[in-house]
Design a protein around this ligand. Structure first.
Ligand code: HEM
Length: 466
């Protein structure tokens, strides 16, 4: 039988699943930490009290402590905090951490062959192929598709009254996504795929997965996956024959260095995942950006001035690249509110860190949140201050692993330029035409960190036409 490392490297799913069934829980008695309630573990802390939970445990135990979560169905795991931990896990020298086994708690059966779920050689080969969809030329064509959709969508939003803007924003990004990712024009077809896609997202958050009954979110997620899969399989041939500028068409055209195309099921697997990877993360980013500019009117005016330097109706790639204050603002929103507050991994070998031995087969978590608020790296980390990213201050440059909204190492986000470009186009169309205001008295962002960083109050804002 191949070793687990080999099985992961070849993405040998039956062997990996056999390994998961046979493996014993790790003994973590020597790791400090309070694992909360039976079964539920620290779920409550993670969902409702994440910042305080991390800070309190760090003060008490240092940067290694254990947890238990319903997401891991009562199995204990270990938090590793700080830039050194980020480096150890993300650089993954010696291939001691597995992505597949780490992310499987969320993705099982829904994204089994997603790029983020792949390890080592299999991942390396597929990432090389997929990178083409995120190169400059590809992004240029994405800009042309998404800019008019975002512009028209924002123009339809109600003005001069405060309303919860989270839902319209999410809908706008779904509409943008169906054009950029699938090249869909039919509203009926987009609505069907978007509905299926949302059920997959709920399925990811269902901790019971295949063990739950048919009416639980996971079972609906599996149905949603089938609907999108059927659409993809039915259209691959057409997109190979007559490609558009959308990401689906690009995946259908991609080949490796030997000229071999992605198989139909690879196209399906990567399409499904890229949709997921892009949607909630960018929704989260635009929510925190909106919150930040609504509560910082003078910085909002600064950004508007930057936007007004570009006269065109639809900014191009170079215009967007030149919006440097907007870049710092997006970076600051991602520092304060990284969409992915937690990144899971799984040890396939024993690992030494912070004076502890973490045994093989341990679920491990790192968090951007911790190093993004560390006073060792950031001045007044609780304040929104985009200038900290200016070349004069460059607060983000002290340690390569202090700032990880997009992860790092072999699995660093492939869509980071796409996300930045989308954020800039959104702000361009918004700020040139509207002022965003918040009624909040304390200026605090009300949100939850888990599963992704989303507003918990629907994000009440007012848009005033200029
Ligand atoms: C601001 C928005 C985004 C954030 C904060 C974000 C964050 C991340 C993070 C943290 C990872 C690595 C997770 C880990 O190592 O466990 C990741 C991976 C990935 N992201 Fe993003 N992402 C964003 C937008 C996007 C977009 C727009 C796309 C596609 C259009 C995308 C595609 C991917 C892919 C394909 C991977 C897997 C890379 C690999 O495993 O090699 N992301 N993202």
């Amino acid at each position: 039988m191949p070793s687990i490392s080999e099985a992961l490297s070849n993405h040998n799913l039956p062997t990996i699943r056999r390994y998961q069934r046979s493996v014993k829980k790790p003994d973590l008695r020597h790791i400090p930490g309070n694992t909360g309630f039976p079964i539920l573990g620290n779920a409550h802390n993670l969902l409702f009290d994440f910042e305080r939970y991390i800070e309190k445990n760090y003060q008490k135990h240092g940067n290694v402590f254990k947890f238990k979560s319903i997401a891991t169905l009562g199995t204990e795991g270990v938090w590793l905090l700080g830039p050194e931990a980020n480096r150890l896990v993300l650089q993954n020298e010696g291939r001691k951490f597995s992505n597949f086994l780490g992310w499987d708690i969320a993705f099982k059966g829904l994204f089994d062959n997603a790029l983020l779920e792949q390890d080592f050689n299999h991942h390396k080969a597929n990432r090389k192929i997929l990178q083409t969809a995120f190169k400059k030329e590809a992004i240029q064509s994405h800009i042309e598709i998404m800019s008019p959709v975002l512009k028209q969508g924002i123009n339809k939003w109600p003005t001069n009254k405060t309303y919860k803007s989270f839902t319209p924003l999410k809908e706008l990004l779904l509409e943008t996504g169906s054009k950029v990712f699938f090249g869909l024009e039919s509203k009926k077809e987009s609505a069907k795929l978007n509905k299926a896609f949302i059920s997959i997202i709920y399925g990811i958050a269902d901790p019971f997965k295949e063990k739950g009954p048919f009416f639980f979110p996971y079972a609906k997620g599996v149905q949603g996956r089938k609907i999108i899969s059927d659409y993809i399989f039915a259209n691959i041939h057409k997109r190979r024959e007559k490609p558009g500028n959308d990401i689906f068409s690009q995946l259908c055209q991609m080949t490796d260095e030997h000229g071999t195309s992605l198989s139909d099921s690879d196209i399906r697997d990567q399409m499904l995942f890229v949709l997921f990877a892009a949607h909630d993360t960018t929704t989260s980013t635009l929510c925190s950006l909106l919150h930040a500019i609504a509560n910082n009117q003078s910085w909002q005016s600064t950004l508007r001035e930057e936007m007004n330097q570009f006269n065109g109706e639809l900014p191009n790639y170079d215009d967007l690249a030149a919006m440097e204050k907007t870049s710092w603002t997006i970076k600051e929103a991602l520092r304060m509110y990284p969409p992915l507050g937690v990144m899971p991994r799984y040890t396939i070998e024993e690992v030494e860190f912070g004076g502890y031995t973490i045994p093989a087969n341990s679920q491990v978590m790192i968090s951007a949140l911790f190093s993004h608020y560390s006073k060792d790296y950031w001045s007044h980390p609780n304040y929104f201050d985009p200038l900290r990213f200016s070349p004069q201050r460059a607060e983000d440059k002290k340690d390569f692993f202090q700032y990880i909204p997009f992860g790092g190492g072999a699995h660093k986000c492939l869509g980071l330029h796409f996300a930045e470009v989308q954020g800039k186009i959104f702000l361009f169309h918004l700020l040139k035409n509207y002022r965003v205001e918040s009624l909040s008295k304390d200026g605090q962002y009300r949100f939850r960190w888990v599963p992704l960083t989303f507003p918990s109050d629907g994000l009440p804002l007012k848009f005033k036409r200029l």
